[in-house]
Design a protein around this ligand. Sequence first.
Ligand code: IMP
Ligand code: MG
Length: 430
Amino acid sequence: MSNAVVIGMQWGDEAKGKIVDYLSGNADLVVRYNGGNNAGHTVVIGEEVYKFHTVPVGILNEGVTAVIADGVVLDPAIVAEELRSLAPKGIGKEKIKISGNTHVLMPWHRLFDNLQETSKGSKKIGTTGRGIGPCYADKISRIGLRMSEFIDPARFKAKLHDILAVKNAIITKVYGGEPLDEAAIYAEYSEYAKELAPLVCDTAKLIFEAADSGKKIVFEGAHGSLLDIDHGTYPYVTSSHCVAGGASIGTGIGPTMIDKVIGITKAYSTRVGEGPFPTELFDEIGDKIRRQGNEFGTTTGRPRRCGWLDTVISRFTARANGTTGVALTLLDVLTGFDTIKVCAAYEIDGKITRDFPTDVEVLAKAKPVYEEMKGWSEDISECKRFEQLPEAARKYVKRVEQLIESPICVLGVGRRRDQSIILDHEIMTL
Ligand code: IMP
Ligand code: MG
């Protein structure tokens, strides 16, 4: 049996899509288990750029079945649209399975996301506005709408009525807004329910049986470890379990059935939305990283905040995920800098530490302790082997590996699937 969880080790957008796509080459199942359409995964194959928000990106590989498992919150309008965009590429509905336990994102979730953000003013989280937090909040409060109810017209109708009575009272009385129209929502969403119903099945059984019979599975983590609801920079996080354990929680597969955890980190750092970011750069170096890395959000188009690599973070998230290997991506973006800095420790209240504080007020005080390294100017985007990299790039990779305390198994040197330098073929093959 061989399966791997792929997770982000920073604040999302670590180029997981590319690594997932690489691993999915000979996979049988690709599984999304957390988050929703706040995620944006990009894959470049040849000249074509594919962007996905809910359907697992591994679907682009032949012979793969894509699973949207229990832990996901699913916007039916978005998924219906993604299905329609996949059809002309010969990827039919029969290749996609959805758990009946997924929670359905409804218009009130998006509305509350925006109302809550607006009411927070300068303390806003900077969410993607997709309704993710309110949908997970309803799930945890046990008042959510599950996919299995949504696709049953009678249950959906009754539940919609009950939920809207409460939501509309809050919308009108607390926020002074206009109530949502029950009949219009029922009419629109019943159509999505009809489209999605044939895809709904017992995905935990499907995944268990696949794993048990030695099939190859990629668990596609969304977002990044520091956006994890428990282990991230709370409250500047998303509302799902982004660390590798989320693959077990979000699918119903026991943790002992997971073989490998591949953590993805960029060769630098980015963050979208608010919250502390110790190595953030506010100067032309940050602008250059943003430009060279095309660091604009896949989901919202927002410019991403950019900074040097922070190995206090990567060491912490390597531990939180139990990484068996680390993919260091977007190394090519660091081409053309005279000096490259890497954060090796923090200074907090005059003390040096390599431990990552998850209390944001403490983190906000952390001053990065940098090591400076020589940069390189050669184009590395067509390098196929480690030895072909300039000496400065090789030194950078080796030092990062020491600081993270977890082996680096692959380097990303360009956007295309084949622009990867594999350092450990065993880990990178399912
Ligand atoms: P939410 O997930 O929309 O509630 O947003 C919460 C925070 O997580 C915001 O700072 C978002 O920008 C951030 N976030 C959520 N998903 C992603 C992602 O896939 N990449 C990067 N940031 C994300
Ligand atoms: Mg993304």
